[in-house]
Design a protein around this ligand. Structure first.
Ligand code: GMT
Length: 376
């Protein structure tokens, strides 16, 4: 199939899933056309049968806010017309599914199927902002196929939007052959001294990720366990986190690493991963940690219970900082417990969320949607 994949290029879950999906599909002989306003962050090399099309955003004095959704629709029209596209797969509803609908209308090609994957904040935060609700609902309704990254998100979409559209859950995935624990003592020594434990957190530092909770949990753990905290990523709340560390006098123990490409190496030196998010439709970063044998302590919210079990980590009530720290101390001070959780975390990633399993699900879904009739 010729598949156009539309995503945000930034350091965020939906862009990562879209890019890894495209790379995985290209490896299975499909032709992939990525469309975005910038090269997606995980499209770091050139791959066979993979093309990137940049959306140019015109600046004109009249446009205080350049109409990105329309520039994107124009680019989609061009790609549909000239690349013989079968599937237009957009990741994150707003504004991608609306642009996709416009492009389909302009080209009038009913055989091109528009598939929208809902990722999380497009439904839970942005989508149900009253000003976005009607367009999000419309974007879902006019898609030929809709997938959600967890059953939780599917339920949430039905609840918030009062729609009858069929939504299929297709989970996030990880390439377990790449996301595999590697021994790297040299790297470990750059962060931690002998006997010091490494706790990690990957974040876009948005409010929903609750960075202040990560730091508070770490501070309590630190009182009992000699450890360091690696904060990987960047974003709006980073400065707040840096100020907190200064006030708590723990700057030497918290390493702000910024955006990193060598995630596998960093997870491989980690003993524990924290995800105390306010909400999380799936928790891709937690899955990547699990694949690298890192147990996860997370909030008991959203779709995280579809990923994390009592054999792979702990789900604790949202906001229960003491509870999360207590479990962290337990894991870091009991080698048998840590080994048990690590082994099962890896097993769960391999058995249920490996790239090969999930890419096959997407392929089957595309085949099914291709056979459906589009009335507009
Ligand atoms: O808001 C974010 O955290 C980023 C967002 C995205 O779409 O880039 O992440 C969401 O999509 C990921 C991939 O499907 C999921 O694993 C994350 O759980 C989800 N984030 C939230 O629901 C907060």
């Amino acid at each position: 199939m010729n598949i156009a994949i539309v995503c945000y290029p930034t350091y965020g879950g939906s862009g990562v899933v879209a890019t890894e999906l495209g790379k995985g599909l290209a490896a299975r002989e499909h032709e992939i056309h990525f469309i975005s306003y910038k090269m997606p962050s995980r499209l770091t090399a050139s791959y066979d049968r993979t093309y990137f099309h940049e959306v140019e955003i015109p600046s004109y004095p009249l446009f205080e806010y350049p109409p990105y959704a329309l520039s994107l629709a124009s680019k989609m029209v061009e790609i549909i017309e000239y690349q013989n596209i079968d599937i237009l797969h957009v990741h994150y509803c707003i504004p991608h599914s609306i642009s996709g609908f416009i492009a389909k209308k302009i080209t009038n090609k009913r055989d091109v199927k528009l598939i929208t994957t809902l990722h999380g904040t497009d439904i839970t935060v942005v989508g149900n902002d009253p000003s976005f609700l009607p367009v999000t609902k419309f974007g879902i309704e006019v898609s030929d196929g809709v997938t959600a990254v967890s059953d939780y998100l599917k339920r949430q979409t039905y609840k918030e939007f009062d729609i009858s559209k069929e939504i299929q859950t297709i989970y996030n995935f990880v390439d377990t052959k790449l996301f595999k624990r590697v021994k790297n003592d040299k790297l470990k020594k750059t962060f931690a001294s002998e006997g010091e434990k490494v706790i990690s957190h990957i974040t876009n530092f948005r409010t929903v990720k609750k960075i202040e909770s990560v730091i508070r949990i770490f501070k309590i753990i630190l009182e009992k366990i000699n450890s360091v905290l690696l904060l990987i990523g960047d974003g709006p709340d980073r400065i707040k986190a840096e100020v907190m560390c200064r006030e708590m006098n723990i700057c030497d123990k918290v390493k702000f690493l910024g955006k990193q490409e060598g995630i596998v190496d960093l997870l491989s030196v980690s003993d524990l991963f924290l995800m105390p998010s306010e909400t999380e439709s799936f928790g891709l970063a937690a899955l990547e940690a699990m694949s690298c044998e890192v147990p996860v302590i997370a909030s008991d919210v959203g779709g995280l219970k579809e990923l994390i079990t009592e054999k792979t980590g702990y789900l604790i009530d949202k906001g229960d900082i003491e509870g999360m720290a207590k479990k962290g101390i337990e894991i870091l001070s009991d080698k048998d417990l840590k080994d048990f959780l690590s082994k099962n975390a890896r097993k769960r990633a391999v058995d249920f969320f490996d790239i090969d399993i999930i890419i096959s699900e997407y392929e089957q879904y595309y085949e099914r949607i291709k056979k459906t009739f589009t009335s507009f």
